[in-house]
Design a protein around this ligand. Sequence first.
Ligand SMILES: Nc1ncnc2c1ncn2[C@@H]1O[C@H](COP(=O)(O)OP(=O)(O)OP(=O)(O)O)[C@@H](O)[C@H]1O
Length: 563
Amino acid sequence: MLVAILLAVIGVLCGVAPYFALAGILSGLVQNTLTAERIFCYVGIAVLGETLKMLFNTVSSLKAHRVAYHILGNIRCKLAEKMMRVPMGVMVDTPSGKLKAMVVDTVDKLEQPLAHMLPEITANVFTPLCIIILLFILDWRMALACMIVIPIGFLLLMGQMKDYKNRSDRYIEASSNMDSSLVEYVNGIEVIKTFSQTGKSFQKFSDAVKNYHDTTLDWWKNTWLYSALGLTVIPATLVGGIPVGAYLLMQGSISFSIYITCLILSLGIAGPLIQATYYADNFAVVDASIRQVGNFLDEQELVRPSKEVLLTDDGFHFEHVSFGYDKKEVLHDITFSPVAGGKTAIVGPSGSGKSTITKLMAGFWDVTSGHIIYGGQDIRNIPTSQLMKHISFVSQDNFLFNISIKENIRMGNPCATDEEVLAAAKAARCDEFISKMEYGYDTLVGDAGGKLSGGERQRITIARAILKPADVVILDEASAYADPENEVYIEEAINELVKDKTLIVVAHRLETIENSDKIVVVDQGKIVAEGTQSELLKNCALYKRLWNETILTSERKRGDCNA
Ligand SMILES: Nc1ncnc2c1ncn2[C@@H]1O[C@H](COP(=O)(O)OP(=O)(O)OP(=O)(O)O)[C@@H](O)[C@H]1O
């Protein structure tokens, strides 16, 4: 960047040459000393100056852009890395449109200032400075006369900086709101159409667009007068220079060539200065953008060590764990141990805290109090990457990346061979439907997305988990894909997944967990009972009620099928 600034300064200095050449021609003309060779020489100086100016500016701009895009790339990578380290809550609570706006648009706003502002502002301030020094060397009275309008013009321009910080904050907020409501509108288009919410949802987006429009217009309404006056006054250097110079000329205290040179040189002050004020505008944008990016980078992280620790076994233990997403506690003093090497089911009414328990095991959030122990260590003392080597987390959200199906499965174990990927897909009962696709395992998920059913997507994510050599499988059992055929396939896939592993399953349909080694019953964030199916049916009224509801639902379903 320093090289870019230096080159820009040299470029600007070269740009002063044509002014000297013009002054030389004019004073030669008036003093009758001009010859054809002199004219040729002056034109040569002017052309050379302009050419060098263009050359230096181009190289400077190239260098500055390279640096700027390097910086933008670094900021974006830092933001993406940060997303991996902040608690999941920060990611869940921030609309995806807002995150997109920050990583793409806010960071993009730094391109202009970085690539242009630093070299050009330096060059544009340096040139007028050189001209002013030259003017003072030529004649200090002419220098003052020419410059008298500049402070007045700047005072007028300063008027537009009134309330600048608030205005630029409002502008960035309005632009980010417009982005996030557009992303929300696009992501939710299916729900919007299904529930005929088109008008209401579109209204939210059009309100955001209107707000952006009003904010921008409001900004210009507040600044245009100051800007117009300032930009008219600053270039008017001749207003002081011509009369004062003429008077000094009549008095005989300056020569005609000094008079003409000063007037022409003074014309070179305003252009770069005005250009510099345009870039100065960017300071507030830089400030607001950096603050927004900085706030995210300063978000508190889940603190984990980087050095791997010794894990003695693959058993989990909850010891007096309490947790709340915000201030409201949702888990209260939970103590239990899933069966190592066996199957533990977590059951309870909706909203009782089952999924939250599993998310805490995967380290997505930190507990408020108490300890979650894995392999003899508090999970806060285990590096995330080490913990994740031991855990496969299969949630209801069957997220597939827009890469080939094969690569989606391979994410479970990047070192797996094609044969291993195929074996996992077969075990997860995916092979049949994948093979029927035109490009088979190489089909891009984006292309196949419309063709994949919810159950098929889930089986692909199970294949991914089968491939991962983890000791513990945490399964947030899906209740959504309950058509009989898929249900059978998914159950078979899950049975393959959990062979010889510790399984912790959040169960919504109790028939699938009746043979568990341990069933933990959760109600309103507390563990109310634990034991086997037969023990709980005897001792736990809540479990008995949930079981009866399950039986009733199954019978109703069977009745429907028979009918
Ligand atoms: N990201 C979140 N931010 C704030 N509150 C949350 C969040 N996720 C869940 N909750 C709240 O925590 C409580 C427990 O939710 P959790 O998802 O663990 O229940 P659950 O038993 O798994 O429910 P379900 O069976 O319906 O999936 C609920 O009151 C829920 O509203």
